[in-house]
Design a binder for this molecule. Structure first.
Ligand SMILES: [Cu+2]
Length: 150
């Protein structure tokens, strides 16, 4: 009985310490992932991809978990998988890791945000990137025709 109480109090103390440390970290260091060179590359079929570079200035892993845009009915995280001569896109379910003090580049032929049901004939699109730690980051991207890129 006494042991159980002690354990419960210890668990409570550990939880509270964890919370205090987290609050302190966010107060002294912004956990903001920054975004460089965003481009929405769009096909005539209203499908496209968002390419950009993510920079994580913090000491911890972060993860891009989802993307949304008022200009797209759906946005999915995709990776490109090579199997022999075959190249296929595959949805990623556990997000894109952005390493501490590191970058992640989403580019043609690799990881990208796949866009479906795009609003036609716009020159810019706004995206909200949702990160595990950094939270929501809003990005304004120019729109380019994918047909012009090759
Ligand atoms: Cu894709």
């Amino acid at each position: 009985m006494r042991l159980a109480t002690t354990l419960a109090l210890t668990a409570l103390a550990l939880t509270q310490t964890g919370c205090a440390r987290r609050a302190e970290a966010s107060a002294t260091m912004p956990l903001t992932v920054s975004v460089e060179s965003p481009v929405a590359s769009v096909l005539p079929s209203h499908v496209g991809a968002l390419y950009l570079r993510l920079i994580n200035p913090s000491d911890d892993d972060d993860r891009l978990v989802s993307v949304e845009s008022p200009s797209a009915q759906d946005a999915q995280l995709h990776d490109v998988v090579h199997t022999g001569d075959l190249v296929a896109m595959r949805p990623v379910t556990d997000g894109f890791l952005v390493p501490p003090h590191g970058t992640l580049t989403l580019a043609r032929g690799g990881k990208h945000v796949m866009l479906f049901g795009l609003t036609p004939a716009v020159t810019r699109m706004t995206f909200t990137l949702h990160f595990e730690r950094a939270g929501a980051v809003v990005v304004d991207a120019p729109v380019r025709s994918a047909m012009d890129e090759e």
